[in-house]
Design a protein around this ligand. Sequence first.
Ligand code: ADP
Length: 640
Amino acid sequence: MEIKQFKTESKRLLDLMINSIYTNKEIFLRELISNASDAIDKYHVLSLNDDNLVKETNYQINIEVDKKNRTITIKDNGIGMNKEELEENLGTIANSGSKAFLEKISDEKLKNEMDIIGQFGVGFYSAFMVASKIEVKTKSPYSEQGYLFLSEGEETYSIDECEKLEHGSEITLYLRENNDEENYDKFMESYEIEHLVKKYSDYIRYPILMMVETSKPKLDANNEIIENEYETVSELKTLNSMTPIWKKKKNEVSEEELNDFYKQKFNDFEDPLLTIFFNVEGMLTYNALIYIPAKAPYNLYSEKYEKGLQLYTKGVFIKDSCKELVPDYLRFIKGLVDSSDLSLNISREMLQHTRQLEKIANSIEKKVLSELTKLKENDYDKYLKFFKEYGINFKYGIYNSFGTNKDKLQDLLVYKSINQEKEITLETYVNNIKENQEFIYYASMKTKEQVLAMPQMDKIKKLGYDVLILQDDIDEFTISILQEYKGKKFKSVNQGDLDVLSKEEEEAFNSLKETKQPLLTKIKEILQSEVSDVVLSKRLQDSPVCLVSSENGVSFEMEKAINAMPLDDKVHATKILEINPNHDLFKAIEKAYDNNSESLKDYATLLYNNALLMEGFNIKDPASFTNLMAKLIIENANKK
Ligand code: ADP
């Protein structure tokens, strides 16, 4: 016999279980049954691809009670464990649910223990909430020898060889003594076990069997019922209905059941934001149960995150996270698909290539998008909640597919805007567009206040046009792929020509431009390579100058976003300096120009640097900028 120490993490979890004040200790049964069912799944899948394994036809989970010894035993004919697996799986914490649980526990310093144990799949160790000693007899189909794992929940466990002929595991719990708070005896009562199986494990696909004593009318020698005489008989009874929750009819399953199933299966403590439960029949046949978690997992955008749905065929588990079923932009959905179209014998690698799977994937994609569209139409606030959590995936979805996903996703986008309280869809924007307004205007800023303070917004504000506020780095890239929505082109408020003048205004502007051209050329000369052009502005109203980028090039926000990435190639947006011809400052410049004054150079430099600062760019030489300001202030003071 070998005595081993539990690993540190395991000790902590054990300790928590043993000293648990959690009132819902009954969940131990759910955990052990779920392990047994998983073990059978594993055996089954292996046996399909391995001719050395016996094809079982009689999978089952048995619960046996021994009231004299106060034990309860859960038996399965699943995959079992060899010696190494016993150590690996029960001596350490293998399970991610348990790990998440431990992290949570230390975060919240135990204070919420009561609330959270039940929410997690805390696994095998939860049995120590009700048992003072646990025996696991187990045998792997690949091992000749059976093994006995024994632990009294302290620091150690032992592993020994034992007699066991069949593959599978038998977990025996030696129940704790009753005390003032808890009556452990109740877990040996068949009605209690039946009740717990119904409550937590009804959808387990293998029969959960137990000998149940029932009272039956006595029969006479002719098999006739003797009135008022009863006898107690023991029968092996199947406790669960075995219909997986996703195979039930929609009206037979409550929202609560679906939510509970989600929380157990996907280790979440919050109800999902959206549940999509449907079945498809016809050319394709499958059931799907899809959830959108209330919160995006913290690692959703890391490489470690595995997107996908669980895949079952005819109720039998095939694989976790089947990524072929989910397009990247829906990577956040959780759930499962059970199809009778896929062959059970298909090897798991082969699966990737089946056309069937592709068809199912397309059909799921359509369904999820149509449910989200419904949500948007029927419960807009909830949709906004969804979008806040996951919307960025759609933006990347449009950008990364170079527009292939554009038609599917563009109506699901929402943006903040300067004229509306809540985020709006592109459709809402276009429906509320002003007469004569040709474009969908946008500005890349974090807040409404910042957009409203932009000098480039002067004219647009006056016209009352709404402007979308693009808050994410990806936004302009997505817009550049969309290009237009319902015939209206997108236009940045600080890029290219704004197209906001009437015909007469345009004509007046052009003649003014001609007369001022020599001055503008002079300023361009002064600023040299810094700007690609210096022009009079059509968009400024109250502000003296602003910078814009050229219509067809990279925008300022793109320049910032791209240059923030760890790439060697930096990009530069072309910078065009726009000057407001109606501003007093312009008059001052004209005067300096007409007098052929040296100050023109100072003024031009100062204006350009101001415009840079307003755009959130760094100025090249802050020291000479400050000196120049000081110089001009002093000059001005001396004049007076
Ligand atoms: P989880 O089942 O969530 O992974 P547990 O702590 O309950 O976590 O179990 C740890 C591991 O022990 C399982 O992943 C599985 O490999 C193994 N195990 C538990 N119960 C059984 C069983 N009845 N048959 C075979 N292996 C089992």
